[in-house]
Write a protein that binds this ligand. Sequence first.
Ligand code: PLP
Length: 366
Amino acid sequence: MEQVELATYLAQLGNRVDTRTGAINLPLYFSTTYQHPGLGESTGYDYTRTKNPTRAVLEEALAVMEEGTCGFATSSGMSAIQIALQIFPQGSAILAGRDLYGGSYRYFADLEKRGFYQFTYAYQEADFLAALNSPAKYTAVYLETPTNPMMQEFDIEKIARAAHQKGAVVIVDNTFFTPYLQRPLTLGADIVVHSATKYLAGHNDILAGALVTDRADLAEKIAYQLNTTGAVLAPFDSWLLIRSLKTFLLRMRQHEANAQKINAYLRSEPRVQEVFYPGHGGMLTFKVAEEVRIAEFLRQLKLISFAESLGSVETLITYPETQTHADIPEKLRRSYGLTPDVLRLSVGLEAADDLIKDLKHAFLAE
Ligand SMILES: Cc1ncc(COP(=O)(O)O)c(C=O)c1O
């Protein structure tokens, strides 16, 4: 990035790219193919699966935001995770967090069942460190911090140090905290993945993923896998995501301010048993008191929508038990505290007082 602050860079993302017309807004290049000036010559663009001028601006922004050297925009968060794992040879041992997005768990379980990799799961930071200090070999370590949905935080620096002593590559899913709060590469992680569908896109209108690394060897492998398999983000979605990033910092500030108010309210609400909020960010999880009937509570909400997903302008409430985490076997879910009284709230940009009123009303009417 040029010597400007991130707010300046993002507000003007894509400006001054089209020097021919001086367009302020980045042109949207739909062209899938690019004319070569001559044999053995290229404008830098040949075919959109490999590189696209609109996506390239987005990919540079992703790298800047995460303080990496190479960014990649993919068709979904799951395809970003798939590409991150695909760079390892068959038979690799992967150490992963136990509390994960249900779709990530489902993918890992499928990979293991079909004999691609062996997974070992860690509940706590101490489990990660014990595994990494044991004689077992690991090719990669995969974690979410904070975890989805129980909001447990891990010390990336500590885990990365132990992982690197074993030669393992550290992958962090940074969907929840985003680079607004945490830049895992600066803490020793090697690859950051995102469901860009969430805070990066922020409007519940783009399915997208991101990968960022600061290691040239890994960037080369990721680029090879992406170009080979083709799970790249389409030009229009790339353009929309660029538009979203212009307000990213503003949105994150307001998500966080609202979530802090709602955290304070939920902690004072007698019908809430426990609140899991790391003190920053826009996501919080809570356990309702025994007498609260979840179905009725959800029905009574008028402003907050009962829906999967997170990170967008509108507040969503999710019931992980039957939605995002239903694919994790019940016994496993219970083993790390994901019980049927857990609700996950993605706090949006509405007035916090309106959201609190909505929650209060639903608790009382219940
Ligand atoms: C933490 C986390 N990682 C990855 C994903 C998958 O992303 P996508 O839905 O964009 O494929 C999700 C989706 O909810 C998620 O919450």
